[in-house]
Design a binder for this molecule. Sequence first.
Ligand code: FAD
Length: 284
Amino acid sequence: MKYVVLGSSAAGINGARELRRIAPDCEIVLISKDKNIYSRCILHQYLGGQRDLEKLSFVEHDFERLYDVDWKKGRSCVGLKPKEQVVLLEDGEMVGYDKLLIATGSHTFIPPVKNLKEAKNVVGFRNVEDIDLLKEVAKTSRNILVMGAGLVGLDCASGFLELGVKVTLVEMAGWLLSKQLDERAAKTYQEAFSKHGVKQHYGVGVEEVSLDKNQNITEAILTDGTKLPCDFVVVTAGVRSNVDFLEGTGIETSCFGLVYDETGKTSDENILQEMYQEPAPFGR
Ligand SMILES: Cc1cc2nc3c(=O)[nH]c(=O)nc-3n(C[C@H](O)[C@H](O)[C@H](O)COP(=O)(O)OP(=O)(O)OC[C@H]3O[C@@H](n4cnc5c(N)ncnc54)[C@H](O)[C@@H]3O)c2cc1C
């Protein structure tokens, strides 16, 4: 049996590990856009310099050998032929499978703010490449705006603080971490960020960004009319599922991503979103 796993982050890696456990003799091919295996949860420490790439990893150093996985790293899947049971990679290679596990996760959502999509000096806070760019940005930018004060936005602000860079947070909700905290609890964190020089704007969104002739943002205009000087924007305002490569395949998706049942099966019986694990019997 040949399994192909798409994605080498938390879901894909643990899917591959689980496959090796339940099917010791199967062939496993892991395909990922990512060239490295790393935890996104600690990317702020990569920005802040407390961890290097090696220390972001959550796998054994000999993961591929240990789990006998053929990892095609830095390779994107751009299509799928469910009837032929093959995935198409961007360089034209086709990889056949008996069963396919899709664990392609998500990407940064860029909100429909005027001029934002066209701007050059804007990035998300999700991939190691984003953080590599931000490390460079931190050396020269003086007015970095972080759009969104949820968990990821705060990670971003904290990472920058480690570098001595004080960002500006703009959040549409009335306070930071509005999904996790009430206003009173949030105040404690807001004050702590203020003490460290982080400027914060709550209850307002970014309505528009102004661009110079090189398509670089120079100013952000907020929904209350406030104009903020700005030479870089980090967008931390949510994500969208990576399911573009499924377009036209007939595999069911919704606005949230791939549709699957409680056992992880998608609308195609050979394609799984997540491995289904039998509940462990008592005593194990
Ligand atoms: C800054 C930050 C901090 C976070 N902190 C926490 C935390 O403290 N606690 C917590 O529980 N969660 C946290 N999260 C969320 C957590 O990181 C995600 O839930 C987790 O990464 C999801 O894993 P995943 O494997 O489903 O997808 P992803 O991590 O999105 O990985 C998707 C994988 O698929 C690959 N891929 C995508 N498209 C293709 C394609 N077309 N072809 C080939 N490969 C493809 C990518 O290269 C990647 O390897 C944080 C996230 C971020 C960004």
